[in-house]
Every structure is written in C-alpha cells, then in structure tokens.
Design a binder for this molecule. Structure first.
Ligand code: PZK
Length: 286
C-alpha cells in the first residue's frame, strides 16, 4: 500500500489515511494479554472484531451515527469517516470489574458515582454507569470524574456523550445477555464529524474493547473468566511468565481454542455463520 499513508498504530491495529475525509482501520490477528502483544497470532481474530463492530454499527445507527463507510473484502479493514475525536474514553460499566472494582473497593465510588455498600467483585450494578477516562499516550488510561470529563469536552458534549454511551451499552448488553454473553463493561470512542455531529468511531462492542464474560457460570464474589482470552491467560499463568515482554509463544491447542472462542462470540451475537462473513463481509450490514 505504497500510496496509503500510515497515520497510527495501536497494539493490535493500524490506521491509514485514504484521503482528506477517510481513514482505513485495519485489525490484525495480533493478541495482547497483560498489556503485552504476544509473538503468536490468532488466525481470523481481526476479521471477527471488524465484523462484530460493523454488525453493531449497523444496528445502533438510530442511537448515534457512526464512522463506518464500507468494509473491505478482506473482512479486516474498515473504511471510515475521519472524525475529530473527543479527548476522553467513554467507558460504561454494568458490572464491577477491573479498575471499577479497584476504585470501589478503595473509595466506595467509581468516577464520582457513589455506589451502594457491600458490593462484591463482578457484582451487577443497580444501573449501568458512565465512567470516563483520560486517553493515555502510554500506560493505562486513568479514570476521571464526570466533572473532570465535562471540563475536558464541555458540558453539552459531555452530557450527549454520556447519554449516547449509556444507550449503546443498554441495547448491546441486553441483546448479548440473551445470547449467553455478559458485557461487563465497554469503551466507546466518540468524535465530531465535519458537521459537528457527535459520531461513534473506532471499533465497538468487541471483546477487545469490552469485557465479555460467559453468562453460564457467572458468579459474584470473584473474578470471571474471560470469554475470549481465558485459554491464553491460563497458559501464560501455567508457563510462569513474569508478564514482562516478550510474552511466550502460544501452543497450537491454545491458538485453536482461542480462535474458536472469537468465532463463537461472532456467531452467537450476529447469528451469522463466520464462513458467510468471510465470503462476503457485507452480510453483517443487512
Ligand atoms: C482514530 N484512533 C485509534 C489508533 C488504530 C486506531 N474515524 C476516526 N477519525 C479520526 N481518528 C480516528 C478515527 C477512528 N476510528 C482512531 N485514533 C484516531 C487508533 C491507532 C491505530 F488502528
């Protein structure tokens, strides 16, 4: 792609400029765990994430417009409208996990939301909460209060971002739970389009941008297994890896089991055989 300008790299994705108005978001098959990209790829992971994201974009257009312009035939590349991204991560939590659980345990609150006493790890919250975070260039995003977020983007945009994020989460969490997947929390990237309209960007409601848990076996009072990455984490734990780069190579049974979980998430949520998506990515848009 000599004529295409590379404009950014994520841990597992690449971003290219197509022209003034359009970007190409390419999801690789790389996988990260404990914040480290592993040397072994998971075949089709990038296609699963791209297809799932497009599936959700097509189904949430009435909640908020999104940047999706077209899927490329490779199934891993999304042509999208260029947005002016908000300087905050729009995180919604329906369950207590990760930094939400950590902050609650320390302070009884998450991002300024005072929560009931006595909640345990992985507990379902009385109602989903909007818990914005800063965008760290390096290291971890930092949770901030609603007032800090409103200061960064302005009160009117903040209110709209919160409303849209909560509506997206409520819709997707209910839909996914009916199909055996709990979306514990999720992160949205919102931006403004050329007309100043709040628009959903990036990838959405995938296992990389969210915490997916298997609904069967869900139990509060401890950490839940990851829907997609549990085989990888178990292998890394058993291998005695110290979580410092480089990570370990994955054996083929771990690769195959993990690929199967990604494909299973795609098929459960979309109701579409993954082979149909590979044959024609546009099936997720219908
Ligand atoms: C945008 N990222 C994240 C970083 C990646 C992805 N539609 C858009 N308009 C403007 N900017 C972005 C988007 C989107 N999506 C996304 N950063 C900017 C990112 C690095 C690599 F693949």
């Amino acid at each position: 792609m000599s004529e295409v300008i590379h404009v950014g790299s994520g841990k597992v994705r690449e971003l290219y400029a197509l022209d003034e108005e359009r970007l190409l978001l390419v999801a690789s098959d790389r996988i990260s765990t404990f914040d480290v990209v592993l040397p072994t790829e998971i075949p089709d992971k990038g296609r699963v994430l791209t297809g799932l994201s497009a599936f959700w974009f097509a189904r949430t257009r009435d909640i908020v417009p999104n940047h999706l312009h077209a899927l490329r035939p490779d199934g891993r590349s999304t042509e999208c409208r260029r947005l002016e991204m908000l300087p905050i991560e729009c995180v919604v939590r329906g369950y207590l996990a990760g930094s939400g659980w950590k902050d609650y345990r320390a302070t009884g609150a998450v991002c300024g939301h005072a929560l009931p006493e006595g909640l345990v790890e992985s507990a379902r919250l009385p109602a989903p909460i909007f818990t914005p975070a800063t965008k760290a260039q390096e290291g971890h995003d930092e949770n901030i209060t609603r007032d800090q977020a409103a200061e960064l983007v302005g009160r009117k945009l903040f209110d709209e971002a919160e409303r849209v994020s909560l509506a997206l989460y409520r819709y997707a969490a209910e839909y996914a739970a009916e199909r055996g997947i709990l979306i514990a929390d999720t992160k949205f990237e919102l931006g403004l389009d050329a007309n100043g309209e709040l628009t959903l960007g990036d990838e959405v409601l995938t296992p990389d941008s969210s915490r997916f848990w298997p609904a069967d076996g869900y139990a509060t009072g401890g950490a839940q297994p990851s829907y997609d990455k549990q085989f990888v984490r178990d292998f890394c734990d058993a291998a005695g890896w110290d979580k410092e780069p480089p990570g370990p190579e994955l054996p083929s049974d771990v690769v195959d089991g993990t690929r199967a979980r990604y494909v299973e998430a795609f098929e459960r949520l979309s109701g579409i055989p993954f082979a149909d998506y590979v044959a024609d990515p546009d099936v997720v848009l219908e």
